[in-house]
Design a protein around this ligand. Sequence first.
Ligand SMILES: Cc1cc2nc3c(=O)[nH]c(=O)nc-3n(C[C@H](O)[C@H](O)[C@H](O)COP(=O)(O)O)c2cc1C
Ligand code: SF4
Ligand code: SF4
Length: 305
Amino acid sequence: MNVLIVVFSPAGSTLKVAGLLERRLVDRGHAVQLLNITGRREIFADGRQQEFLAEQVKAHDVICLGSPVYEKHVEYYMREFIKGLPRPDAIWGRWAVPFFTYGGISSGVALSQAHKLLEAGGRQVLAAMKIESAHLRAKKLKTCVNAGLPGDEALPYIDELAGRIAACADSQPAGLSRRVLNYQGFREKFISALLNERFMHRHKYGKLTIDRERCVACSRCVAACPIQRIEWAAGKPNMDGRLPECIHCLACVNACPLEAISFVNGQAGWAAIERVYARVAREGSLVRSNEQPRNAVYPLVRPSV
Ligand SMILES: Cc1cc2nc3c(=O)[nH]c(=O)nc-3n(C[C@H](O)[C@H](O)[C@H](O)COP(=O)(O)O)c2cc1C
Ligand code: SF4
Ligand code: SF4
């Protein structure tokens, strides 16, 4: 069987899971194409998703789509990417497998949202997976929620998912019902419905800026931005003007060797994030979410550990 794994992973956790899934499928004798779209200029800066996919993607039976959970939803750019996928045909398989990593606050409604988007694009969802991972890391943040995750505890789930995908080659499974992914309680669904990722990025998170005095024009931040929103203009990086909306992944901040990128409001921006993370680290969650089990493959069968 041919499997395509497409992954968007600003901080690398989802990519790690995708790599492990690839290895397990290859071990089972399947042909796997792993396509990491993080930072692909053609998609995020040039708006050439269709041409890029036509050039890159090989014929497959199953497409697996990996992304982080942002604001309890499918990360915004991944959502747009899924909407822009070609419908199933001789190249594009009709089976889909969404998988997410989330930072231990809540996987929110990401899986059911992905199911809806994939079904709208003419696909049937075969299985789905969520894996708890490290939350946002930055040199300037003292707290790291879930440091070191995903680790070995994720392996049985990835094995289980690979087994479900492999089984699809021998049988004609019924598609997964969206109801199965509707696992959050009323409160969590209500909060998710109120959370608008664009609004949060525009108005709630601090705006990032480059300190021109410190910047030595090494261009590492440009290469690190997963949505290619930092332009290289006249020998300098630029993150102002009419660029795609920042997703506050802090990849540019982490890539900068001279700490030249920070919040416009300086220390207050960092302190605001630190407060939230310290609370998550202390209490396990920001607001109580029904996140049990923490890792899962749906339909729910607990893999033997
Ligand atoms: C802007 C932003 C929003 C996030 N929102 C959530 C969230 O709602 N729930 C959660 O548990 N983790 C959240 N996270 C944490 C990520 O889902 C988690 O770190 C994920 O594993 C990152 O995947 P990556 O390493 O592939 O980028 C958020 C992270 C960022 C940067
Ligand atoms: S500008 Fe920085 S924080 Fe914003 S999306 Fe790009 S890398 Fe992430
Ligand atoms: S990584 Fe830092 S020093 Fe290098 S170009 Fe970007 S802002 Fe300037």
